[in-house]
Structures are given as structure tokens and as C-alpha cells.
Write a protein that binds this ligand. Sequence first.
Ligand SMILES: *Cc1c(COP(=O)(O)O)cnc(C)c1O
Length: 376
Amino acid sequence: MAIQLFVPTFDVEACLSEIRECLEKGWPGMGFKTLAFEEEWKKYTGHKNAYFLNSATAGLNLAFDILKENNNWADNDEVITTPLTFISTNHAIALAGLKPVFADVDEYLCLDPESVKKMITKKTKAIIFVGLGGNTGRYEEIKKICKDNGLKLILDAAHMSGTRLNGKFPGLDADVAVYSFQAVKNLPTADSGMICFADEKLDKEARVKAWLGINKDTYARTSAGGNYKWKYDVEYIGNKYHGNSIMAAIGLVQLRHLEEDNEYRRKIAAQYRAGFAKCDKIKTVPIPEGCLNSQHLFQIIVDDRDGLLAFLNENDIYPGVHYIENTQYRMYDYAKGTCPKATYVSDHVLSLPLHMRLTEADVNLVIEKVLEYVQK
Ligand SMILES: *Cc1c(COP(=O)(O)O)cnc(C)c1O
């Protein structure tokens, strides 16, 4: 049977019963389960604020829009970012009228603080850190650079549901952290995300902007007694970014499984690591001291990545690539060639299958086939 990169696994009966509640109550939209999920997420992570959205992309877009407005950033002010990420990260910067400035990555495949420092100019306003695959990389050093230079810190925590750094959720130290609960992330729904601002005022603004700039949400209006649905004000140009109760229902259930799921991911990762330990043709990504990795990805770096990919596909094994460096895309090719380590990784990295349905035998088969190819 084929071994896929990602297969989300749901606690189906429990999800259906949470969804049934929404349908029976006649409340599938915003409010009800979305508020319940926000509360559970705050309890789990320690975030003071959490707002449930229809995706992490929406969250990143909101984050830059709101930070720009509240800090009086100008168009073309700069945000230092990584080329090794899903395109949402960098589109969010550009969509807000800001400029993505690319710094290189380090052996953790996350932003390299030394490279970041070189990219700071008078126009730099913020740094966005992507915890690639759940890794915390040199996040502490990036935090310090932000502090020393008066820069805002945004954490793209799309891969980091469950990641701890020294026992704590790294997002707690950022101005804003954005999580993804897209179908193949560690806490799968179908599509949704969470935005967690440190500042409560910005959380409130996000709630308004994520619903077209309307200043009272439906739930607050109908539960306030009166039924004046048309009596609202519009304070901003907003978008429709808020989440719904069906997704939140799935999120509530899957959150209960996140710790054990991540434990299983770490077990698979340990098996891969042990399997490749004696092979100097395969490089794995180190995990820094103090990092409990959510292990969203297990990545290896090999000489002939494309050949290995083709060979694994012939053997019914389907890995992935995270990511092609964004500076190779036309949108961001003004920075092409400026991040040599990211370019190398982009050409040589491979993400091996990693999900709840993999057995020990599956993982051994993947290890065996990878070794067979690289040792040929
Ligand atoms: C998945 C992902 C996103 C976007 O998440 P969605 O919920 O699908 O919008 C953003 N950044 C990274 C690094 C991702 O992997």
C-alpha cells in the first residue's frame, strides 16, 4: 500500500457528536463552539488572547494589517523573513503594503540571526519567525534582536501546535503568533487557524476586522437580548476571516489528542534518526536544547533529492518538499540568490512520511528504501 507524506487522522465519532451539537442548536457559524475552542486553546497554550479564524493565512494577513496600522508603519517598510516557508508567510507581508526582506537560514532551517542582523535597515519594522517543521531554531536570539532594535516579532506557528521551548509555548513571547489547523497540520480540522495577540486591544481589533469591520458580532447582538441585527457600525475595511463552529467543533476534539499525536510523531522521528544515524550521506535537522518539537515534519538533506524522490515514488512512497525557496517565485525574485543556504536546502531537502497511521514497519520500509538509494 502507498505510504503518503501526510494523512490526517480524526477522532471521528467525537467530532461528529460535537458537530451534531452545532447542527441541532442551529449554530454552525461564528460564536458558540468558536468561543469554546478559543477558551480551550488559551488554557492549553497560556496565550492571554486567542481568536479563531478560517485559516492561518487569514491570521497572517490580519497580523500585518493590524501591526502596520497601530504602529504607523509606512508602505514599503520592511519585514525580515525566511525564504523557506509556505507562501502565505511572505504574501501576508506584501499584502499589507510592506516589503519582505529575505534573510538566510541556519542548520535548523529557520532564520539565521547573523544573516538577520545584516538585513536590518532604517526601514525594518518587524521580523517574522517560522518554526519550520515545529523546530524553535534560534528563536531566543531572534527575540533578542527584536528587543535590541525595537522591532515587532511575529511568529508563524503554523507548524508549532504543541511545540515548547524550555517548557513554554514560544508564541507567548511574540507580539503575535498565528497557528494553522489546516487539514495536514498537527491539529487538523479541514481549514482554520488561531491568531494570538499579546495585546488585548489588538485582539479586539482583529475580531472586528475579521468580520468586514463590523463592530459587533452576531453572537453578541443576539445574546444581548435585543434583536437589532442591523444596528451596527462599520469602523474599518475588513475581510471575512473569522472561523465557524463546525471547524471549531473538530478543533475542540482534536486538541484533546494533540499531545499524544505529537508524542507519536516524535517517536517516528526518533526511528528515522536512528535509521539514518550511521549514514553520512543523509543529513537530518538538529533539535536545539530545550525544544520539545511538535515534529510537524521530518526532513532530510541528501545530494540527489530529485533522484531519491523519483525512486521512492517508484516504491509507492510519497514524500514532500518543504519548501522551494520563495525567492525562486516570480513575486519575490528580486531577492533571488541572496540566501545561499536556503537555496541549497531548497534543492536538497525532502520531508519523509509522518502521520498517525504509519506503523513501525512502514517507517522501516521508508528508511530501507532511502538507504538503498543513497548508498547505491
Ligand atoms: C500551512 C501554513 C500556513 C498557512 O496555513 P493555512 O491555515 O493553510 O492558511 C502558513 N505558514 C506556514 C509555514 C504553513 O505551513
